[in-house]
Write a protein that binds this ligand. Structure first.
Ligand code: XUL
Ligand code: CO
Length: 438
């Protein structure tokens, strides 16, 4: 591949924590083994096409600031193919093993569905060639069912049956292209699957339609032999006031209620978790304990801003907490850590894309090593195990085994008189202990 889009950037190398080179990893050594896995295979980093190669830095107050030198600003297939070259040069120099895309990020939408499909096929050919020549693989594909005005009322949850049909056709094609490119997962994020006002909304019908849509997608995947994992990505609001995929708990209830649990897992995103009023650790743990933690979209919000700012993760507490959960389930494979994150509008130079991703990857690598050390010493797990020891024997054991009734418990307590005294939760001590590992 001709390397011409980032001529001043070499392949990013691991130089260790003492390095002062901003274009080097200080903590992410892909070959370092943590809990029996190389960091490369444990973290499975992915670069997202939409923010990194289509982001312009536009905001409601002004246009984009990031016209890339390789981009002629047109909506042509030729420009899209040229962009593939820049994207794969970036991803390979960074050393991320994966990328992700929406159909409409990689290829321009045409006048008709047939034309859009043709454009997508043309760019998919370039993507396949770039994957083959660089070894970069596709973590997941998805369809953009929210930008075009036809999706104003939603896609699978639109009140317009033709829009449902259009979305189905688009997802059919996106799954086929994902399959063709060896994608390991396929994501559903319900861009406008929600409502602005219940006065005009039949919630039951919309949810039934969304479930029908996912079943149809899973049926099609089966019919073409696509074995990738389907992932549902929770987000509570934005663009709609209420998204049906509100949080991990709402998504799980939806999947369970509609018989989709054996077909779909979750893709948990940090800024979506916090918009829902949860920590990322909460969302990951909730998904993990129910066996549906599939993949993550790594980013972070801003405590002072109430919207989806999609910033790169730089907080070591955050990544340590994420990795405590992810290590507990032995990694995310076939999922990974996808940077669904964008550089700020002021960071408009291509070089900033490197700084942002290097920071995110280093922050995750540090979090991984810190979490592994905490786990190795058992400082949290031993405390937690001990905290619940009253359920390991005696009456607690019987409660868990389901061998006692309310009447038995009443008899037990009447005889005993008062419960065994409580012990401190020692939150502050544990917070100090975690700090010792940072
Ligand atoms: C939007 C978001 C999406 C999904 C894929 O907030 O996170 O980019 O990850 O559609
Ligand atoms: Co996302």
């Amino acid at each position: 591949m001709s390397q011409q889009h980032f001529p001043d950037v070499p392949k990013i190398q691991f130089e260790g924590p003492k390095s002062k080179n901003p274009l080097a990893f200080k903590h992410y050594n892909p070959d370092e083994v943590v809990e029996g896995q190389k960091l490369r295979d444990l973290l499975r980093f992915s670069v997202c096409y939409w923010h990194t190669f289509r982001g312009t830095g536009s905001d409601p107050f002004g246009p984009g600031t990031m016209l890339r030198p390789w981009d002629d600003g047109s909506n042509s297939v030729e420009n899209a193919v040229k962009r593939v070259g820049a994207a794969f040069e970036f991803i390979s120099k960074l050393g991320a093993p994966f990328y992700c895309f929406h159909d409409r990020d990689v290829a321009p939408e045409g006048e008709t569905l047939a034309e859009s499909n043709k454009n997508l096929d043309a760019v998919a050919k370039a993507l396949a060639e770039a994957q083959a020549s660089t070894g970069v693989k596709l973590l997941w594909g998805t369809a953009n069912l929210f930008s075009n005005p036809r999706f104003m009322h939603g896609a699978a949850t639109s009140c317009n049956a033709d829009v449902f049909a259009y979305a189905a056709a688009q997802v059919k094609k996106a799954i086929e292209v994902t399959h063709q490119l060896g994608g390991e997962n396929y994501v559903f994020w319900g861009g406008r699957e929600g409502y602005m006002n219940l006065y005009n909304t039949d919630m039951k019908r919309e949810l039934d339609h969304l479930a029908k849509f996912m079943h149809l997608a899973a049926d099609h995947a089966k019919s073409i032999g696509f074995k990738g994992q389907f992932l549902f990505e929770p987000k509570p609001k934005e663009p709609t006031k209420h998204q049906y995929d509100f949080d991990a708990a709402a998504c799980l209830n939806f999947l369970r209620a509609y018989g989709l649990l054996d077909k779909v897992k979750l893709n948990i995103e940090t800024n979506h978790a916090t918009l829902a009023g949860h920590t990322m650790q909460h969302e990951l743990e909730y998904a993990r304990i129910q066996g549906v933690l599939g993949s993550i979209d790594a980013n972070t919000g801003d405590l002072l801003l109430g919207w989806d700012t999609d910033q790169f993760p730089t907080d070591i507490y955050l990544t340590t907490q994420c990795m405590l959960v992810i290590l507990q389930q032995g990694g995310l494979k076939p999922g990974g850590v996808n940077f669904d994150a964008k550089v700020r509008r002021e960071s408009f130079e291509p070089l900033d894309l490197f700084h942002a991703h290097i920071g995110g990857m280093d922050t995750f690598a540090r979090g991984t090593k810190i979490a592994a050390a905490i786990r190795r010493d058992g400082v949290l797990t031993n405390f937690v195990k001990n905290r619940y020891r009253s359920f390991d024997t005696g009456i607690g054991q019987k409660i868990e085994a389901g061998t006692v009734t309310f009447a038995d418990l009443e008899k037990y307590m009447l005889e005993k008189g008062n419960p065994t005294p409580n012990e401190s939760g020692r939150q502050e001590m544990l917070e100090n202990i975690v700090n010792d590992y940072l």
